[in-house]
Design a protein around this ligand. Structure first.
Ligand code: SF4
Length: 501
């Protein structure tokens, strides 16, 4: 063997390893776009490091642990540096590697998250409830975002949410996000995924057009700043049959893979406001999503794991509706959204929260299978983001640890914020009868069923007050129709996740 081939020569210089764990890739039948995105982004990163003269290698392995253990034995490094894993299960792998003592292992901060640099609640008390708003304000101050020289928030308020609840008017046509033609490397990954080399999947690889490199992600972000940020705020909660992404950045998947830096994004958005190119309500709303919600969600995940996986405060036990898998929902709103998710692995956050999660909570679906559905179908899904967002915020299954109230609504909210109801066979104004919107029947059924628990929640007490206006007959009729709807709901068998790793 030539000396240059001796792997021990790696000692004293940098070797970058990227482990492709088959167990991790096959844990669920992930959307094929998600598979392509993760594999292609990783391989492009390795290619770029190599082009810089760095010894970067892809390690194909059964599990992360097996891949790293083999690499450590082969390379015999003097030190392993690994970024603190966002995912709980991968964190356990890092701990085991360190404890085994094959070589020193140093766990360094993960630069994808600002809480690694500043943690507003470094020593949380078990059982205590923490809310997002003070967390967000502390992050704004710590990173000097939209903060004036006197320490006060820019514009005099911390939050402009009340400006951001507009429905999309027919004359406004949002520009589409930037799309990218797959290059040779991505096409190779698409072929592997289409052949099932990395496990089963939902959706099709065809049409994959997502950013897979930092440069592409940056290009897509600049276009968002130019074309969509000014309108992001007002229409942040709007939903439309005419447009799938409205004014959202659609870059969460790239952020979660580390192709974009959250602080740079927040600063770039603030710059647009300072230059008079975007209104404060849009910029503050965007910054709140990036340094508020996203960071708070990771913080909650770390606070609540490993118990978060098992939470089920409202006692849901039902299987998923079949139409979440085939897109054939009889309700127009859910049909439109699930078809988009099946096509592109994406729908924006209010559709996730107020359509899919709202329905699943009202219909008593088992929270664990809902979380697995989100993990399976969305291109930006990871345990750290799905579990607190879906189990905590969307389904309130943690009993209010992540969010102080369940986000439930009748058709009234959906009809106000979207144009879905006009094309639906159900009537958004009716709560009983053959054409009654299922959101209405299930919403009132939920209030009746959980009246005592809801009354105890100061943020939901007023909703339950509406029950007083229902006669005994109306209550009985709602209960009977909801039971009939749920009994007739076509169901899908649950997905069995594979072992972690
Ligand atoms: Fe959805 Fe009900 Fe509106 Fe139909 S009527 S689109 S089911 S909210």
């Amino acid at each position: 063997m030539d000396a240059s081939d001796d792997p021990r020569r790696a000692q004293g210089r940098l070797v970058v390893l990227l482990v492709e764990s088959q167990a991790w890739l096959r844990r669920l039948p992930f959307h094929r776009w998600r598979q392509v995105l993760i594999l292609s982004a990783g391989r492009h990163a390795v290619q770029a490091w190599k082009a810089e003269g760095i010894d970067a290698r892809i390690v194909a392995a059964d599990t992360f642990e097996q891949g790293l253990t083999t690499a450590i034995r082969t390379i015999q490094p003097s030190l392993v540096l690994t970024a603190r894993a966002a995912e709980y299960a991968v964190g356990l792998v890092q701990q085991r590697l360190r404890q085994r003592g094959d070589c020193p292992v140093e766990i360094v901060p993960d630069t994808r998250f600002l809480v690694e640099r500043f943690n507003p609640i470094p020593r949380p008390v078990a059982g205590k409830r923490y809310v997002m708003e003070p967390f967000y304000r502390a992050m704004r101050k710590a990173f000097g975002l939209l903060i004036e020289s006197d320490g006060q928030p820019t514009g005099g308020a911390w939050n402009y949410d009340s400006h951001n609840r507009k429905r999309l008017p027919p004359q406004i046509k949002p520009p589409h996000p930037r799309r990218f033609e797959p290059d040779r490397l991505t096409r190779e990954v698409m072929r592997e995924v289409a052949e099932g080399q990395h496990g089963q999947g939902v959706g099709r690889v065809d049409g994959f057009d997502l950013a897979v490199t930092p440069q592409q992600a940056q290009d897509a972000f600049q276009i968002f700043l130019d074309e969509r940020l000014p309108n992001f705020g007002p229409f942040e909660d709007a939903m439309s049959q005419r447009h799938d992404t409205l004014f959202h950045s659609v870059l969460s998947a790239q952020m979660n893979l580390g192709l974009l830096d959250p602080l740079e994004m927040a600063r770039a958005a603030e710059q647009r406001y300072r230059e008079g190119r975007a209104p404060l309500s849009s910029v503050e709303g965007f910054i709140r999503q990036i340094i508020g919600w996203r960071e708070y969600i990771l913080w909650q995940y770390r606070f609540q794991m490993p118990d978060l996986r098992q939470v089920n405060y409202w006692g849901g036990t039902g299987a998923l509706p079949r139409w979440l898998w085939d897109g054939d929902a009889p309700m127009n709103c859910l049909r439109q959204v699930t078809r988009r998710v099946i096509d592109r692995g994406f729908s924006h956050h209010i559709e996730r929260l107020m359509l899919v999660c709202n329905f699943c909570l009202l219909a008593g679906i088992d929270p664990g299978v809902v979380a697995d559905w989100f993990l399976t179908f969305y291109v930006d899904s990871h345990d750290w983001v799905v579990l607190p967002n879906v189990l905590g915020m969307g389904l309130n299954a943690d009993g209010g640890v992540t969010a102080t109230k369940p986000y439930i609504s009748s058709a009234n909210y959906i009809n106000t914020m979207s144009d879905y109801c006009a094309g639906c066979r159900f009537n958004p104004k009716a709560r009983t009868g053959t054409d009654a919107c299922p959101f209405n029947t299930l919403y009132w059924n939920f209030l009746i069923e959980h009246e005592a628990a809801l009354r105890a929640n100061p943020r939901l007490g007023p909703a339950v007050l509406g029950l007083k206006r229902l006669s005994i007959e109306e209550r009985e009729s709602i209960r009977a129709e909801a039971a009939r709807f749920l009994a007739d709901l076509p169901r899908y068998g649950s997905v069995e996740p594979g072992p972690d790793g």
